[in-house]
Design a protein around this ligand. Structure first.
Ligand code: HEM
Length: 489
């Protein structure tokens, strides 16, 4: 008996205590003050991953809005919520994202360690490609026109379903509705219908992966296929289909967009195998939808709770000549020609966005914040949550109120706040979201079509909630709104 106890102590308890000791950091007075936690090693990980928004709000409040530290699965995260600090962080060379990208590509998207390192090493080439195709006005307009045309086609099919139905209406799960319209049109625009023909359930796989697998897979837990079979299987099926599809595109590049064709060629030129290219393209499919879909869903819910806003946007569209343009011509209006819709879109983004900027401290780094100088330790993680910046009442008075005219210029009857100076939903620095210009058109275009074409009634007002943030895995799990759609007279 004594021997058994001794064995348990030696084999289990001692290593556990050593792990706890090793992974429990101490803090100096020069570091942002830590937020308490109860579970050793895991630290604040549950709050951080499961109810991120509330956790960040409460942690920030407990530190009177000052920068603070949290422990996430054994690693120190320094959380900065001040706009000026975030700008400094994006510019500081000793704070870097490379290792985080490597972790994403291997844990989340299934590349081997070696492949992920290689991917990080060619990041500058990818960056150049992203800039050329997603950010130069000429190419962005081509992609956006393609998207508007495809979105129109998706909605035309829906219109027919409504006209053919006995009740002249259709009922849809709100979140799935966004996936099946904006999501489908986006995949068609970037990847091509050929990918959806090969796997008509590509967006269902993406939803299972993003909704159920993001944190579990990102954690890097061993045997993810056994522990998290649903998201793991969804990802692997999607990747296999993309790999097969790559072979089709190699024979006929017109099956996809110039952007994705160029991306495939660049990755191939850099010596990447097709299986790895497939994983990279799946990450792109994820990147172009996983933020935009919940953002559009939350914005739509906010719009539906502001009936006069929908009316006013219809008027704005009418005045701008929306009805007389072909979908390919809509690019001439988006975003500047529709200032009210644009302001309401940015207000929805302000209230919903949660995608953190993450940087690793490569060398001990001093960061001046207000009248304090913080000393960040090597190996720590710097996290900048936009949800805290966006709720700062000195930047955005009455931050918890949805004010669709908040970012509308004063001369047009708005509050005149400047979204470019006060919002950070797309990160910044050398990993600044390259899809940001398209994303604005993607979500605004979706919202415009909804206002223009449909009367939407939320059928289950008592049951559903407006998610407090646009994290895919969070929004998809909140009780969803059930929409009844009818064509406008
Ligand atoms: C509302 C929609 C979107 C939001 C809120 C969003 C947000 C973000 C954020 C916060 C990052 C990380 C930035 C950082 O690390 O500092 C990012 C990266 C990225 N996004 Fe977006 N994004 C959106 C839409 C899109 C779209 C439509 C595309 C593609 C067409 C896209 C492509 C990417 C890519 C490729 C990266 C990785 C950039 C890199 O590592 O260099 N995003 N996005």
């Amino acid at each position: 008996m004594l021997q058994t106890i001794a064995t348990v102590v030696v084999v289990i308890v001692t290593p556990l205590l050593l792990l706890i000791w090793w992974k429990t950091p101490s803090y100096t007075a020069d570091e942002p003050a830590p937020v308490p936690y109860t579970i050793p090693v895991l630290g604040n990980a549950l709050g951080f991953t499961t109810y991120h928004r509330k956790f960040m709000d409460e942690s920030s409040a407990s530190r009177n809005g000052q920068p603070f530290s949290i422990l996430v699965a054994g690693r120190k995260h320094y959380v900065f919520n001040n706009l000026a600090d975030i700008v400094t962080i994006h510019k500081t060379k000793t704070l870097d994202i490379k290792n985080f990208i490597k972790m994403i590509m291997s844990n989340l998207f299934g590349m081997s360690e070696k492949e992920a390192i290689k991917f990080v090493s060619i990041k500058p080439v990818i960056h150049e490609l992203n800039t050329k195709y997603l950010l130069t006005a000429k190419n962005n307009v081509v992609e956006a026109s393609r998207y508007f045309t495809l979105l129109d086609e998706v909605f035309n099919v829906l219109d027919k379903d409504i006209k053919d139905s006995a009740t002249k209406s259709v009922t849809k799960d709100g979140f799935v509705f966004v996936v099946d319209t904006q999501g489908i049109a986006s995949v068609q625009a970037y990847f091509g219908q050929s990918l959806l023909d090969l796997n008509p359930k590509m967006l269902t796989d993406l939803t299972v992966f993003a909704g159920e697998g993001f944190w579990p897979l990102l954690s890097g837990a061993p045997a993810p296929g056994l522990l998290f079979p649903r998201p793991f299987t969804a990802r692997e099926r999607a990747v296999r289909n993309i790999e097969h599809w790559i072979k089709m595109v190699e024979k006929d590049e017109s099956l996809t967009s110039p952007f994705i064709a160029a991306r495939m060629n660049v990755l191939k030129d850099q010596g990447m195998e097709e299986t790895v290219i497939a994983r990279e393209l799946f990450s792109m499919l994820f990147g172009s939808n996983a933020n935009s879909i919940p953002t559009a869903y939350l914005a739509l819910l906010r719009f539906l709770y502001s009936p006069s806003l929908v009316e006013d946007i219809r008027q704005e569209l009418q005045d701008a000549g929306y009805g007389s343009l072909s979908p390919a011509e809509y690019v001439s209006l988006f975003p500047l020609g529709l200032p009210l819709l644009r302001s309401a879109f940015w207000e929805a983004i302000r209230m919903g966005s949660v995608s953190n900027t993450i940087r690793e401290v490569l060398e001990p780094t001093e960061l001046v914040s207000g009248d304090r100088t913080f000393k960040l330790k090597k190996g720590g993680i710097v996290t900048c949550p936009p949800c805290l910046v966006h709720m700062n009442p000195s930047l955005h008075p009455e931050p918890h109120v949805f004010k669709p005219r908040r970012f509308l210029p004063k001369e047009l009857g708005g509050d005149g706040e400047n979204h470019t100076k006060t919002l950070k939903p797309f990160g910044g620095g050398n990993s600044y979201c390259p899809g940001r210009v398209f994303a604005e058109k993607q979500v605004m275009g979706f919202l415009a079509e909804i206002c223009w074409r449909y009367e939407i009634t939320i059928l289950d007002k008592d049951r559903f909630v407006i998610p407090d943030n646009a994290d895919f895995h969070y929004a998809v799990k909140c009780p969803r709104a059930l929409f009844e759609l009818r064509l406008r007279d």
